[in-house]
Structure formats: structure tokens, C-alpha cells
Design a protein around this ligand. Structure first.
Ligand SMILES: NC(=O)c1ccc[n+]([C@@H]2O[C@H](COP(=O)([O-])OP(=O)(O)OC[C@H]3O[C@@H](n4cnc5c(N)ncnc54)[C@H](OP(=O)(O)O)[C@@H]3O)[C@@H](O)[C@H]2O)c1
Length: 362
């Protein structure tokens, strides 16, 4: 006989299912849901794409049933109680007569948090909240940060030598790290909403910034910080503007250049201060509905993000090579006292092919 599933096991399955939506649901959260009858999962689903049906409704529809008396619905995020792109899930859960609902975490949006739970309880449904809460918050850390602070989650990725260089003195950086590290980078690109680079990286590397190592399922938006509009129209990024959003942030009043770039489908954002990264990111995140940004370099950009204290998560891929007098990862960060150095917390360190993948958080 099949053993009865525990609440923790059910939530763990919700989290596994939720991750299937990675790269497709943002700025919505990653949500998975299962329906349990007599201790056994009889239907399971996830939120598949932005604006699409929510996980709970997908699980209900997949079951083929019309009433769920005596059954439990498990979901990693509080069911919605407001009209968004879809009708409120709590209304359907009540209408379908579920007996019990188990929830991983409250909705982090302070304006709606707890409302869905209250509505379910008022309808006489047994509700339990906080199962695997830490894991639930973790998989939706981009969404939680945006909801709580109205600012996107910043992921930084660096490929460097053992001695902290991201390129040789002549600017050569392809490839410092191995193929497995590049594959992991493409997963990060897939998970994040946009990739941000400095103009020198575009001019020196002519990067493609796609996800080809994992099948090019999605082409993320790119943001280029380029004060004087030096962005070349024959660069790989400019040529990709028919297939993805390319945004150039600048401080230029060169009308001719502005028109030239705009007519090549490049989105231009004018700012007074190129070093006010907080303002730039707030502006773009609101305009483009972004909840996460992957910062990919180069050295000046990495340094500016450190100096502005904007890193949430750092993925450092370290190759076992010594470059010596090369371009340093954080070349313009100045620290006079050790006590004032920029501090991060080591989360994990794993082997990535022939490299080391060091994962840190602020
Ligand atoms: N190994 C790696 O992980 C990796 C990744 C990327 C790049 N790279 C290497 O890094 C090198 C390029 O690095 P880089 O430091 O010379 O250039 P960068 O960081 O790519 O670009 C810096 C330029 O961006 C512009 N900019 C605009 N706003 C900025 C801001 N708030 N903060 C900083 N810069 C801003 C400035 O030019 P304007 O004043 O003209 O706007 C600045 O000179 C290349 O050799 C490339 O191969 C390595």
C-alpha cells in the first residue's frame, strides 16, 4: 500500500514543480501546486507562463474533478485574492469545496499579504501556513525582493583567474573559464530578466549574451551603460535587437546618434547621472517590469555595483590560471582599511568542470 504523503513532502513537490516555470513566469512568482486525496497526490501542476493560469487552477483543471470535498490543496505561495491577469484563486478554491489548504509562505506584497489566507479561513477551510517557508522564500527571492522593496534583485557573475583578473592586459577574456562554467552562466541568464554590461565590454568582446549552452530557450533583455552612445550598430547585441529588447542607458544629447540608434530598434534611456545606478535600475525595472538583473561586467561596472552596495548575489567562477598584470575584477574599488572592505557571505563552493564556482550573498 502507498504510504500517505506528509505536508513537508507535498510542499517539497510543489517547489520542484514551481521551478519548471523558471525563465517563463517572471515578473510573476514561481508557483507549484498539488492536490491530495486520502494522502495521495492525484493532480499536480505549476504556473507555466507570465499571465497564464495560476498553478492551483492548473492542478484543479488537470484533475478532471468538479468537487474536492475532503481533499487538500498544497501550494508554495499564498493563493491570490485579487484580480490580476487572472481571477482570484481563493474564490475557486472555496467554490470547489476543498477541506484543507497548506501554504508555503504568505504573499510578500505588503498590500495583499494574508488576505487570501483570511478569506479561506472565513469560508471554513482549514489552513496551514509556513511549511518549508525558508525554501519557499529562497526559490522566489527575486519576486520577494521586488515586492518588498520595489527594486530588482541583483545577481553578479564574474569569470576570473586565480589571481583576480577578468582579462589580460590586452583585453583578452575569451575564455577564462571552462565550458561547464559557461553553461552555468547560461542558466543564470535564463533565470534572470535582463543582463547588464558596460560599453567597453561590448566594444572589446562583441558578446552575444544568449543562452545557447542550454538550448537558447529565451533571449534575455540586455542593458548597456554607455554615456556617449558609442554602441556600434554592427555589434552582435545591436543586431539581436529584432529578437530581444536592447536598452542603452546614456547621458548624450547627440541627436543624430540618438536617431540612428532609435531607428535600429535600440531603446534609449537618458539619465543625468550614469553613476546613480539605483536610479537607473529603478527606472528600468519599473518601465520593463523586471524583478532581476544579471550583471556581467566588465571591471568598471563590477566596481560601480560594489561601490553602490547593490549586489544581492555573486557567482564567482575561478579558473586555475594566473594572469598576473591583467584587468582586475574590481579595479576601481578603493579600500584603505580592511574593516571597510566590502563583505559577502559564502553560501557554497563547488567544482564547475575544471573551475571553482563560489556562490556568495550580501
Ligand atoms: N571575465 C569576465 O567576467 C568579464 C566580463 C565582462 C568583461 N570582461 C572584460 O572586461 C573588460 C572591459 O571592462 P572595463 O572595465 O574596461 O569596461 P566595462 O566595465 O565593460 O565598461 C565600462 C564603461 O562603461 C561606461 N559606464 C557607464 N556608466 C557606468 C557606471 N555607472 N559604472 C561604470 N562604467 C560605466 C563607461 O564608459 P563611458 O564613459 O564611455 O560610458 C565605462 O568606461 C574587457 O576586456 C572584457 O573582456 C570580462
Amino acid at each position: 500500500m502507498q504510504s500517505k504523503i506528509s505536508d513537508t513532502e507535498a510542499m517539497s513537490r510543489c517547489l520542484e514543480l514551481a521551478l519548471n516555470g523558471s525563465g517563463s513566469v517572471s515578473p510573476n512568482p514561481l508557483v507549484g501546486s498539488v492536490i491530495i486525496k486520502d494522502g495521495v497526490i492525484i493532480s499536480e501542476a505549476w504556473h507555466e507562463e507570465y499571465g497564464g493560469l495560476h498553478a492551483e487552477i492548473n492542478a484543479i483543471n488537470k484533475s478532471g474533478l468538479s468537487s474536492f470535498e475532503g481533499m487538500t490543496l498544497a501550494v508554495n505561495l499564498e493563493p491570490c485574492s485579487h484580480f490580476g491577469k487572472q481571477a482570484p484563486c481563493v474564490d475557486t478554491i472555496i467554490e470547489k469545496k476543498f477541506s484543507r489548504v497548506i501554504i508555503g509562505m504568505k504573499d510578500p506584497n505588503p498590500l495583499v499579504s494574508g488576505n487570501g489566507i483570511e478569506k479561506l479561513k472565513k469560508a471554513g477551510i482549514a489552513v496551514e501556513v509556513g511549511i518549508l517557508e525558508k525554501d519557499c522564500k529562497w526559490i522566489n527571492r527575486f519576486f520577494c525582493k521586488k515586492m518588498e522593496t520595489n527594486f530588482p534583485f541583483i545577481v553578479m557573475k564574474v569569470a576570473q583567474s586565480l589571481d583576480g583578473c577578468i582579462a589580460t592586459i590586452t583585453g583578452e577574456s575569451k575564455w577564462i573559464t571552462c565550458e561547464e562554467s559557461r553553461r552555468r552562466t547560461h542558466i543564470l541568464r535564463h533565470e534572470c530578466d535582463a543582463i547588464l554590461v558596460g560599453i567597453n565590454t561590448v566594444l572589446e568582446d562583441n558578446p552575444i549574451l544568449d543562452t545557447r549552452h542550454i538550448g537558447n530557450i529565451k533571449l534575455p533583455t540586455v542593458i548597456i551603460l554607455d554615456t556617449n552612445l558609442r554602441f556600434p550598430l554592427n555589434s552582435n547585441l545591436a543586431l539581436s535587437s529584432t529578437k530581444r529588447k536592447v536598452i542603452v542607458v546614456h547621458s548624450s544629447d547627440n541627436k543624430e546618434r540618438i536617431e540612428e540608434l532609435a531607428s535600429a530598434n535600440i531603446n534609449l534611456i537618458y539619465v543625468e547621472n550614469m553613476f546613480d545606478l539605483k536610479n537607473i535600475l529603478e527606472l528600468i525595472a519599473t518601465q520593463e517590469n523586471l524583478i532581476s538583473v544579471l550583471v556581467e561586467g566588465g571591471s568598471h561596472i563590477f566596481s560601480s555595483f560594489v561601490s553602490s552596495n547593490l549586489i544581492d548575489e555573486l557567482h564567482l567562477f575561478v579558473a586555475p590560471i594566473i594572469i598576473g598584470n591583467g584587468k582586475r575584477t574590481f579595479s576601481t574599488v578603493e579600500t584603505l582599511k580592511l574593516s571597510e572592505s566590502y563583505k559577502l557571505r559564502l553560501v557554497s563552493s563547488t567544482k564547475s568542470g575544471t573551475d571553482e564556482h563560489i556562490f556568495l550573498m550580501k
